[in-house]
Design a protein around this ligand. Structure first.
Ligand SMILES: Cc1cc2nc3c(=O)[nH]c(=O)nc-3n(C[C@H](O)[C@H](O)[C@H](O)COP(=O)(O)OP(=O)(O)OC[C@H]3O[C@@H](n4cnc5c(N)ncnc54)[C@H](O)[C@@H]3O)c2cc1C
Length: 499
């Protein structure tokens, strides 16, 4: 019989960080991952000699003393080859045939925006000061003993769009401030101000890519866990969580025809809560009403992604991300609904950092939001067996994205050596994300008690972690890993680790 102090299901960054924290506190840990490689959305993949990332393009708040730097120092991730984006233009937003650069640092950010919108400089200063305040409200309670997170409640309950409308008015400024936001789903009626402000603030602080593949993050975490004596079972799928009198007694895992039962005092699931509940096939403790509530939660959109290998010395490397929106789009806040109609109206264009001293990019990713409905008719197919119609559909979509991207990168199509594409179905099948969602459960400021999930489950020793709980993204899942482990170790112990 295999028994651990803690068993973690899923090796996304959230699961690995929980395993790391618990192993550092002296517990025996085991991570079970259904795929052959760890990382979930942060895994990289190879096509011949080319290597691409899936769910990593850039992170914020990694400069000395900023929140992600403090977390990544603890996790041993600051040694990775981080590469800072241009401080005077880490993101560029293309809107209605004009382009706007966003600068790092709250003062420079406000000054740069004011140069585009001189009549709104007071509103911009107030908005920038607001972001800074949110950043410290979120960071302080997590890193200092004694404080709770109650000061954040009002941010969860506040509607982001209404707040922005009141702060800067509707129009171009609101769109520019929101224009780098394909890294979250802008949904007018539901998006909590917390999600918008927390993510945007971290990037206004500082913005970073990795030199080399994004999977270095999760590979490094996995190596550290193994060095501390932890086990990582790659290629093993959790198929059932067994319950005995309100306590998880074991987790059944299988690989090919082999099945094993793993026992642990604590179980942490990095899977979506829906999937976790499916694994709890027979449970007297999980009431039907709870299952119904979880199963009714909506998912944020997924992405159609182009991974491009570029011809040698054809496309200069640009040390920033570019967000392009079609001039016909009324507002960037309409991207979600327009994409749901099958239109390509917003692109995130990002490049991998080239080798030291090289001026040209070798790899470029182009992402556009895609609703699951667009690919739902292939829902019963699996990777590599979706048929000719699906292939043609992807080709058409890729062509549309490239044509739009050429509006800001002339002759891009001629510069492409190879092009690989993926849809929400790809994410669904590799990572197990329902409907191939990119950012997990849609949080709703009007129904925050239902959509914001706590790490605690109805079972005493079963906990949730990962992007579905609090906030998505690398920063969001890292903060959530702390919250999850606080339930097991106590908040003070976790806070002390970070000092
Ligand atoms: C296209 C895209 C671009 C993104 N870009 C960025 C970015 O630039 N910056 C940023 O900060 N964030 C970005 N994100 C978001 C970020 O990648 C995610 O928020 C984060 O990686 C989610 O981590 P997680 O721990 O919640 O788990 P996930 O990554 O969802 O991992 C869950 C793991 O569980 C495994 N699993 C599932 N079922 C089972 C089972 N039954 N048994 C065992 N294992 C199982 C899966 O294989 C997977 O490895 C992006 C996401 C996407 C999709």
């Amino acid at each position: 019989m295999q028994k651990f102090d803690a068993l973690i299901i899923g090796s996304g960054i959230g699961g690995l960080e929980c395993a790391y924290i618990l192993a550092r506190s002296g517990m025996s840990v085991c991570v079970v991952e259904k795929n052959a490689v760890v990382g979930g959305s942060l895994q990289s993949f190879k096509r011949g000699e080319d290597e691409f990332d899936t769910g990593f393009h850039y992170v914020g708040a990694l400069a000395k003393g900023e929140i992600l730097e403090r977390l990544f120092s603890f996790f041993g991730l600051m040694e990775l080859p981080w590469h800072q984006l241009d401080r005077d233009g880490f993101d560029e937003v293309f809107l209605k045939d004009k382009s706007y650069l966003l600068s790092n640092g709250h003062t420079a950010f406000a000054e740069r925006l004011s140069s585009y919108f001189p009549n709104s400089s007071e509103e911009i200063k107030r908005y920038s000061a607001f972001l800074k305040d949110v950043g410290s409200k979120i960071t302080d309670p997590l890193l200092k003993e004694g404080n709770g997170l109650s000061s954040l409640n009002e941010l969860f309950l506040c509607n982001a769009y209404n707040f922005l409308k009141e702060s800067v008015g509707e129009g171009a400024l609101l769109d520019v401030i929101s224009g780098t936001s394909l890294k979250l789903e802008l949904n007018r009626p539901t998006l909590p101000l917390y999600t918008f402000a927390q993510i945007n603030n971290s990037f206004v602080q500082s913005a970073w890519r990795l030199r080399g593949r994004g999977s270095q993050i999760t590979e490094t975490l996995a190596n550290s866990i193994e060095k501390m004596g932890g086990f990582i079972m790659r290629g093993w799928q959790a198929v059932e969580i067994k319950e005995d009198n309100g306590v998880c007694s074991s987790v059944e895992v299988c690989r090919a025809k082999n099945t094993e039962s793993l026992f642990a005092d604590y179980i942490i699931s990095d899977l979506t809560p829906q999937t976790t509940l499916k694994l709890l096939k027979e449970s007297g403790s999980v009431r039907k009403i709870f299952r119904r509530r979880i199963n009714k939660l909506e998912q944020t959109y997924g992405f159609f992604t182009l991974n491009l290998r570029l011809k040698k010395d054809a496309v200069p490397y640009v040390n920033r991300n570019r967000y392009y929106y079609t001039p016909e789009l009324r507002s960037v806040w309409d991207v979600k609904d327009e994409s749901a109609k099958g239109k390509v109206c917003g692109l995130l264009i990002t490049q991998q950092v080239p080798k030291e001293g090289e001026r040209f990019a070798t790899y470029m990713d182009i992402l556009t939001p895609m609703s699951y409905a667009e690919v739902a008719k292939w829902a019963d197919t699996t990777v590599g067996h979706r048929g000719e119609e699906y292939r043609e559909f992807k080709e058409r979509k890729a062509e549309e994205c490239l044509a739009l991207a050429e509006r800001i990168i002339p002759h891009l199509r001629e510069s492409v050596e190879r092009c690989y594409t993926s849809t929400p179905l790809t994410y669904r099948d590799y990572i197990g994300a329902p409907e191939g969602t990119a950012y997990g459960i849609r949080k709703d400021c009007n129904s925050i008690e239902k959509t914001l999930l706590a790490p605690k489950s109805p079972l005493k020793n079963l906990f949730f972690t990962g992007q579905n709980l609090n906030l998505h993204g690398i920063l969001g899942t890292s903060l959530t890993a702390l919250l999850t482990c606080s339930q097991i170790l106590g908040r003070e112990s976790v806070v002390r680790f970070l000092k």
